[in-house]
Design a protein around this ligand. Sequence first.
Ligand code: UD1
Ligand code: CA
Length: 482
Amino acid sequence: MSVSPGAVEAGLPSIPATIRPAAIIMAAGKSTRMKSKTPKPLHPLCGLPMTAHVIRACRAAGVDRIVVVVGHEGDAVKAGLGPDVEYAVQKQQRGTGDAILAARELLGLWSGPILALAGDVPLLPASSLRKLIETQIETGSAAVMLTAIMDDPTGYGRVVREAGRVVRIVEQKDASADVLALKEWNPSIYAFDGPKLWSALDRVDSNNAAGELYLTSTIGILVEQGESVVPIPAASSQDALGVNTRVELAEADGLMHARLLREHMLAGVSIVDPTNTYVDVDVTIGQDTVIEPGCFLLRGTSIGEECRIGPGTRIEASTVGPRCRILLSQVVESWLDEGVKVGPFANLRPKTRLGRNVKIGDFVETKNAVFAAGAQASHLSYIGDAEVGEGSNLGAGTITCNYDGYHKFKTVIGSHAFIGSHSTLVAPVTIGDGAFLAAGSAITCSVPADAMAIARCRPTIKERWAAEYHAQKRAEKAQKEV
Ligand code: UD1
Ligand code: CA
């Protein structure tokens, strides 16, 4: 027995090594109903393109070869889904049966089961696909198909049974009133016996309301040939939700988020308001962390234990250590060690690295900046292309001038330095360990360790000037009023 890595991930038992399932994912359609310049397979849910979820489910179900059929905006779809699958091109979108035929060149001789499914069913769990594959293998039937029940399956193909046996699928457009009244519908997810799939497709015609080659026709053809078609009820109708419009996209996205949040909560994360919290796939969150409302934890993010995140925080592709506190802030492509405090209203831009117990306070923007343990920038600062040593304190309004319009320059601040409020550090510049900058200084040259630098005008004091000025103005005003 060999075990595919995906199957282990999903906790599914392995399929015998001699039987190798393949999958064909249809993603060539025009997706007119999305009314979008972005091809439907690439519309994202929880941080991944819609069809990438379907690909992951196939992998986790132990599928060996995955062929994605592309056509409309094919190059964009390929680029968006990446090189880990094979692609077949359907030149003209002549229906779902024709889409599957586009993969014949790659899988025409495949002897194992072939999953056929649309790329627009992002909620489909790997376990459902696995069940289809296993049932096909066990029963040796020509096709195993998922079916689902819904009060109003308008738009979907209906499953027609005779004496309990599935005999055909009828598309909405081709259905009589009797068929339209059926509540059992076709989610369009099948496991076929490879050779039987191809021979059934050879017999499909476009004699229907849409003038298309329907994949659904293969079911009726196989039954007529005396082959067995096994229906498997979907665990839930939601699993098979097909996304055709942005309304369904939002619905699927909401359901997927709810599922992900549920998993986090069951693993010991507090989500204060799950209807108002968005966590992408593959985000990890440590135990006893609290996520307050209005948070977005996006792809590539990992949060440690006992953190308090939010409200109103967006974290993307970042690592946050344990016991951090991030309030009303944005963190992008950054790395935070244990006990860091951020916000409110901080903007940590890419390549920010914050050591233990660093504090980044309100209205502080950082970019490509490394703060060693215990350093602080508590208010109103821009720190870019900088290194800040351990325990240094950057006063309110500290600005690194890192850019001359053409090039970026670096600011290096040693450890335990004190940067007085409203200091301007014109890079390239180095401030030595323990140095002290007077508030309001514009620093244009390096400052040695333990030195004090002051770079500002001395105030000029004119005694009594203001009193005399006001007395004169008041007198002028009184004169005018007489
Ligand atoms: C299809 C099924 C319907 C089922 C529904 C479930 C057919 C004829 N109908 O209808 O029974 O209830 O799915 O969601 O199969 N595609 C191509 N090339 C084409 C046409 C479509 O690649 O020429 C792709 C689309 O990109 C899409 C998938 O096939 O990913 C399904 O096509 P779609 O037009 O959405 O079919 P439905 O009308 O939803
Ligand atoms: Ca569809």
